[in-house]
Design a protein around this ligand. Structure first.
Ligand code: F6R
Length: 236
C-alpha cells in the first residue's frame, strides 16, 4: 500500500485521472470497478475532459447498488455510474449489479461475469465514514462475498446527503471483498476532514473486520488523499 497526499480535491482529481488514464493507455480493455458517491465525481469529470483518452474498450464493473432500486429511480447507483463514467468516457461494456433482481441470483450472476472476465485490473473506490468499501459494511472480513447487506446507521446518514428529499434504501448489494482485494490494482480516493479518523484507522490501525478498508493493506493499493483527510504534519 502506498499513500500520496494531494493539496486539495482538485489536485486529487487530476492525479487520480492521471493514474486511471495511464492504466487505460497500457491496457485499453481495462476491467475497472467503478465507485459512485461524491468523492470520484471530479476525477471522472477530469477524465471526460481528456480528448485523447480512448475508453471505448474499457469494461466498467458496478461496485454496488441499493436493493429494489431500478435504473429509472433517482437513487440508482447504476444510473449514476452511467451518467458520470460510462457515457462521458464512451465506455461500451458494463457489468451490472442489478438491484432489481433476486439478490442471490444477481450476486451470483455478477461473480460469474467478473470471473469470466478474468477478474479486475483496477478498482476505483471511495472510503465510507465507517471504513466500508462499496457496501462491505463493518464487521466484514476479507472473504466476504458479493451479497445482500443491510446498511449501517453511518452509511444511511452519509448517503442521505445524495438525495435530501428521498429515503435511503436500507439494504444493498455489494461486490464482495475478494473482488476488490484481488484487483490487479486498487485506487482508494479519500478527501475531507470528516474522513481523517477513519483513514488513519485504515492505514495505521489493526487489520480488522471493524474497518473493512484496513484489508486494503493486503492488496496492491494506492491511496490518494487530500491534506484535509491526511494532514502531512501534526500527527496525521
Ligand atoms: C459508492 C460506494 C461507497 C462510497 C463511500 C464514500 O459506490 O460504494 O462505498 O464510495 O461511501 O462515499 P463519498 O465519496 O460520497 O464520501
Amino acid at each position: 500500500m502506498s499513500v500520496e497526499v494531494l493539496a486539495d480535491p482538485a489536485a486529487l482529481a487530476v492525479r487520480a485521472a492521471d493514474v486511471i488514464a495511464a492504466e487505460i493507455g497500457q491496457k485499453p480493455d481495462l476491467r475497472v470497478l467503478v465507485a459512485t458517491g461524491n468523492t470520484p465525481m471530479a476525477t471522472y469529470a477530469e477524465l471526460a475532459k481528456r480528448a485523447d483518452l480512448d475508453a471505448s474498450q474499457v469494461v466498467a464493473v458496478q461496485l454496488d447498488e441499493y436493493l429494489g432500486v431500478l435504473e429509472d429511480d433517482p437513487r440508482s447507483l447504476y444510473a449514476w455510474m452511467r451518467r458520470s463514467f460510462v457515457e462521458p468516457l464512451g465506455v461500451r461494456q458494463v457489468v451490472r449489479l442489478d438491484g432489481g433482481a433476486d439478490p442471490e441470483a444477481a450476486s451470483r450472476a455478477f461473480d460469474a461475469e467478473t470471473q469470466r472476465l478474468g477478474g479486475l485490473d483496477l478498482a476505483i473506490l471511495g472510503l465510507g465514514p465507517n471504513g466500508h468499501l462499496g457496501f462491505n459494511e463493518p464487521p466484514c472480513g476479507p472473504e466476504a462475498p458479493t451479497r445482500r447487506v443491510g446498511l449501517t446507521p453511518e452509511s444511511l446518514a452519509s448517503n442521505a446527503g445524495y438525495w435530501p428529499d428521498l429515503a435511503v434504501p436500507r439494504e444493498a448489494l455489494t461486490a464482495g471483498m475478494p473482488t476488490i482485494l484481488n484487483a490487479r490494482r486498487v485506487l482508494l480516493l479519500v478527501q475531507g476532514a470528516h474522513k481523517r479518523d477513519v483513514l488513519h484507522r485504515a492505514l495505521h490501525g489493526p487489520e480488522t473486520p471493524a474497518v473493512p478498508a484496513s484489508w486494503l493493506r493486503r492488496a496492491n493499493t494506492l491511496v490518494l488523499a487530500d491534506q484535509a483527510a491526511h494532514p502531512e504534519s501534526g500527527g496525521g
